[in-house]
Design a binder for this molecule. Structure first.
Ligand code: ADP
Ligand code: MG
Length: 700
C-alpha cells in the first residue's frame, strides 16, 4: 500500500463524515466548525452515532476526550460504549452529550489558581474543528475526540483553548485588513509546519540511566572521545534500524492523518528530524502532540528510546522545534507570499510589516512562550538562537523596508521600484542563501520560521501568542487604514512607513550568536531573559495584561494561571533534577570511585612493600592516587553544597524557589558534575555501571 492509500484511514475528517450524515446534520456540523454555531441535541446525537459506527467498524470499544492540559502533554480517560437499554439489554451507545462534553476528575491537573481543589470539576468539550481519530494503544484501538479542557468556572485549563481563541482573533483582524485593502470578504487561518528534532538511544542503555528515565536528560556523563566534530551525521545515510523505526512511525502517523514529509539525520550523533506538510495551525498543533506521543511508543517497539528533551547530552547539540508560520486566506492565497502584481505586493508588505511590528511589541512574551528548564540549556549555546528576540528579513526585504522608511515622498518611480523588487523575491530567497540560521525569527521567502521553540514543548501556546500579537498589530494598522481617504499604493506605503520605523529595533541581519549582538541588543533596549523564571516574569507585566485584554485569547485569570503553572512546573522539574543528581552521585559515582581508590592504594602499598619506599614507580603512582582522591574529595564538597542549597531552596515560595533553582542550584549542579565526570574517566570502566556517552550516542 502506498502512503496515500493509508493516509487518514484512522481519521474521521469532514469528507468522510459527510458520507455518514444526513444533509441537514452535515450542514449543521459545518456551521459549528466554521462559525462556532450551536449544533443542537438532535444533530449531536446523529453525529455521535455516526462516529461510533465508524469507530466500531475499526474494532473500537472505548472512547476518550483527548485534551492537552497545561502539563504540555496530552491526556485521556477511556469510557466504553457499553450501556443498557430500557429492557436492561447490553448495547453500544455514544450520545450527543457524551460526544460534546465529558467530566474527567480534574483535581490533579495544574490550574494555577483558576480553581481550588475542593471544586475540582473540570470539563472537556469537543473541538469539532479537529477531527475524531482512532489511536492504537498497542493492539487496542481507542476513539479519540479532540477536546478543550476548562474549569467549573469556565476558565481554560489547557493549551488548546487559547490557540483556538487566537485563531479566531487573527481571522477577524486579518479578514478586516483584507477587506479594507481589497474589498473582498475572506476568512483567514494561521498555517503551521513544525520541524521536530529528537534523539534515539538503544533501550538497553536508556534503562540503565535513571536521569534519562526521570528527567529526560543526562545529569552526568563525561564527553566521549569523539563528539559531533566530524560532522559526519548530518544528512548522512540513515541506519537501517532507525529507518525501520521511522517507517513504522510514519505508517502510524499517516493513518492518523499526519502528513509526514521529510526525515533526516540531524547534526548530533543519533539525532533526527521529521517535518510534515503544513496545515491549519490548530490541526498542526494536535498533530505535533500526537507525534510526540506515538514516537515514544513506536520507539519502544523497536527497543529504542526516543529523547525529546531540549538538551539530553551536555556538549552535544540539543533539539528544537522550528515553527513555520504564515496566514492563508480562504481563496488559497498565502498572505506572506510576495506576488507579481502591485496589488499583491501591497498586501504582502502590509502583512509582513504587521508581523515585524508584532514581534517588536510582543517579543518578550514570545520569548516567554518558549522558556522552559530544558530550553534554557539550549538557547544561546551556539546551536540555537539566543534569548534575545529579533527578526531576520534578508537583505532584499530589508532594502525595500529601508526605502519605504526613508523615501521623501512616494513618487511613481519609488513605487514601481518596490514592486519590481518584490516580484523577484521568491526566486531570490530560494537561489541565494539569503538565510540566517542564527535568527530566532526569520522570514524564509513566504513564511516566518520561529526557531526558538524547544523540542519537547507544546506548540499551541507559542502559536497562540504569535497569532494574537499579529492580530493586535493588524488592529492598530487597520484603524489607520480605515481613516485613509483612498486605499492606493502611495497612501498605504505612507501608512506603513510609520510602523516600519517604529519597529525597526527588532530587525537584525547579523550573527545572533555573537557577543556584539548581545551588546547591540542591550543598546536597543531589547530584553535578554536568559533563564526561564526571568522570561516568565513577562507574564506578570502590565503590558501582558493589556495584550490579553485587547486580544482576548486569555482571560486575566488565565494569564495569571499561565504564570503560576509554568513557574511551578519549572521549580518542580529542577527540584527533581537536583534530588536525582545527589542520589546518582551517592549511589553510582562515589561507590566505584571509593572501590577503585582502595584498589589503587592497595596496589601502591604492595609496590612499596616489594620494591621499597624509594622505588621510582612509587612517586607517579602516588600522584595518580592523589589526583583520584582529590577529585573524590572535591566531588564530596560540591555535592554537600548542592544538597544544602537544594534543601534551602525547596522550602521557598514558588516564585523565589524558581529563581533560586535557576541562579544558585543549577550552577552548583554544574560544579558537582564536573568532578563526577572526571571520575568517570579515571576509574575502572568495568566497574562503571552508568552507560557512558559513547554507548548512548554511538552504540546502537
Ligand atoms: P526548510 O525550512 O528546511 O527550508 P521547508 O521550507 O521545506 O524547509 O519547510 C519547512 C516546513 O515549513 C515544512 O513543514 C513546510 O510544510 C512548512 N511550510 C511551508 N510553507 C508554509 C506556510 N505557508 N505556512 C506554514 N508552514 C509552511
Ligand atoms: Mg526550517
Amino acid at each position: 500500500m502506498t502512503s496515500a492509500d493509508i493516509f487518514g484511514s484512522y481519521v474521521l475528517d469532514l469528507q468522510s463524515i459527510k458520507k455518514r450524515l444526513p444533509k441537514p446534520t452535515f450542514h449543521a456540523l459545518k456551521a459549528a466548525i466554521e462559525e462556532g454555531a450551536d449544533l443542537g441535541n438532535a444533530h449531536a446525537d446523529t453525529i455521535a452515532q455516526a462516529i461510533m459506527e465508524w469507530a466500531m467498524s475499526k474494532g473500537v470499544t472505548h472512547y476518550t476526550h483527548w485534551f492537552q492540559p497545561m502539563t504540555g502533554l496530552s491526556a485521556q480517560k477511556h469510557d466504553s460504549f457499553l450501556a443498557f437499554d430500557s429492557d436492561l439489554k447490553p448495547i453500544d451507545r455514544f450520545s450527543g452529550n457524551q460526544l460534546i462534553q465529558s467530566e474527567p476528575d480534574a483535581s490533579s491537573f495544574p490550574s494555577g489558581g483558576t480553581r481550588t481543589t475542593f471544586e475540582a470539576r473540570g470539563y472537556t468539550a469537543w473541538d469539532p474543528s479537529s477531527p475524531a481519530f482512532i489511536m492504537h494503544n498497542g493492539e487496542v484501538p481507542v476513539l479519540c475526540i479532540p477536546s478543550v479542557f476548562f474549569s467549573y468556572t469556565g476558565h481554560a485549563l489547557d493549551q488548546k483553548t487559547p490557540l483556538l481563541r487566537s485563531m479566531k482573533k487573527l481571522n477577524e483582524s486579518a479578514s478586516a485588513a483584507l477587506e479594507l485593502l481589497t474589498g473582498k470578504k475572506l476568512t483567514v487561518i494561521a498555517t503551521m509546519g513544525w520541524e521536530q528534532e529528537y534523539f534515539l538511544v538503544d533501550e538497553k542503555w536508556f534503562e540503565l540511566r535513571p536521569d534519562l528515565i526521570m528527567a529526560g536528560r543526562t545529569l552526568l556523563g563525561a564527553p566521549p572521545a569523539k563528539g559531533q566534530q566530524m560532522e559526519d551525521h548530518y544528512f548522512g545515510a540513515i541506519k537501517n534500524r532507525v529507518l525501520a523505526f521511522m517507517e513504522d512511525l510514519e505508517g502510524r502517523l499517516y493513518k492518523l492523518g499526519v502528513p509526514c514529509k521529510t526525515r533526516h539525520n540531524e547534526v548530533a550523533p543519533h539525532q533526527y528530524e521529521m517535518a510534515p506538510i503544513y496545515l491549519n495551525a490548530n490541526l498542526a498543533a494536535d498533530n505535533n502532540q500526537l507525534v510526540m506521543e506515538i514516537m515514544r511508543k513506536v520507539a519502544r517497539e523497536h527497543n529504542l528510546a526516543v529523547l525529546i528533551h531540549e538538551k539530553p547530552f551536555a556538549g552535544v547539540n540539543g533539539s528544537g522545534k522550528h515553527l513555520n508560520w504564515s496566514m492563508e486566506a480562504s481563496d488559497g492565497n498565502n498572505l506572506l507570499e510576495p506576488g507579481h502584481s502591485p496589488q499583491n505586493n501591497l498586501l504582502f508588505l502590509y502583512f509582513l510589516v504587521a508581523v515585524v511590528k508584532a514581534s517588536h511589541k510582543r517579543g518578550n512574551l514570545l520569548r516567554a512562550t518558549i522558556a522552559s528548564a530544558g530550553n534554557d540549556h539550549r538557547l544561546g549555546a551556539n546551536e540555537a538562537p539566543p534569548a534575545i528576540m529579533s527578526v531576520f528579513l534578508g537583505s532584499h526585504i530589508t532594502k525595500i523596508l529601508n526605502t519605504l522608511e526613508s523615501a521623501e515622498s512616494f513618487s511613481e518611480e519609488t513605487v514601481a521600484n518596490i514592486d519590481l523588487g518584490l516580484a523577484e523575491l521568491p526566486n531570490i530567497m530560494v537561489d541565494r542563501t539569503d538565510r540566517n540560521r542564527t535568527s530566532p525569527f526569520a522570514f524564509t521567502g513566504n513564511k516566518f520560521e520561529f526557531r526558538a521553540c524547544g523540542s519537547a514543548q507544546s506548540i499551541s501556546f507559542p502559536i497562540a501568542v504569535l497569532n494574537a500579537a499579529v492580530a493586535e498589530s493588524l488592529d492598530e494598522m487597520n484603524a489607520k487604514l480605515e481613516n485613509l481617504s483612498s486605499v492606493d499604493e502611495k497612501s498605504v506605503f505612507e501608512l506603513l512607513r510609520g510602523f516600519i520605523s517604529e519597529s525597526k529595533g527588532i530587525r537584525f541581519e547579523g550573527n545572533n550568536y555573537s557577543q556584539e549582538w548581545e551588546e547591540e541588543a542591550a543598546r536597543r533596549g531589547l530584553s535578554n531573559d536568559k533563564t526561564t523564571p526571568e522570561a516568565y516574569s513577562a507574564w506578570k507585566s502590565e503590558e501582558a495584561a493589556k495584550f490579553v485584554e485587547k486580544t482576548g485569547f486569555l482571560t486575566p485569570l488565565e494569564l495569571s494561571a499561565v504564570y503560576n503553572v509554568r513557574m511551578e512546573h519549572y521549580a518542580k522539574q529542577l527540584e527533581i533534577e537536583a534530588a536525582l543528581m545527589l542520589r546518582m552521585i551517592d549511589t553510582y559515582i562515589l561507590p566505584p570511585a571509593f572501590t577503585y581508590q582502595g584498589e589503587v592504594a592497595a596496589s601502591i602499598s604492595a609496590l612499596k612493600e616489594t620494591l621499597g619506599e624509594s622505588a621510582l614507580a612509587v612517586k607517579p603512582q602516588t600522584e595518580n592516587l592523589e589526583r583520584l582522591s582529590g577529585t573524590i574529595a572535591s566531588l564530596l564538597t560540591e555535592r554537600n553544597t548542592l544538597e544544602k542549597l537544594w534543601l534551602e531552596t525547596k522550602t521557598l515560595e514558588t516564585e523565589e524557589e524558581a529563581f533560586s533553582f535557576a541562579q544558585k542550584v543549577l550552577p552548583q549542579m554544574a560544579k558537582a558534575r564536573e568532578h563526577a565526570d572526571q571520575l568517570e574517566v579515571m576509574v575502572d570502566a568495568s566497574a562503571w555501571e552508568l552507560p557512558t556517552y559513547q554507548e548512548l550516542l554511538f552504540q546502537m
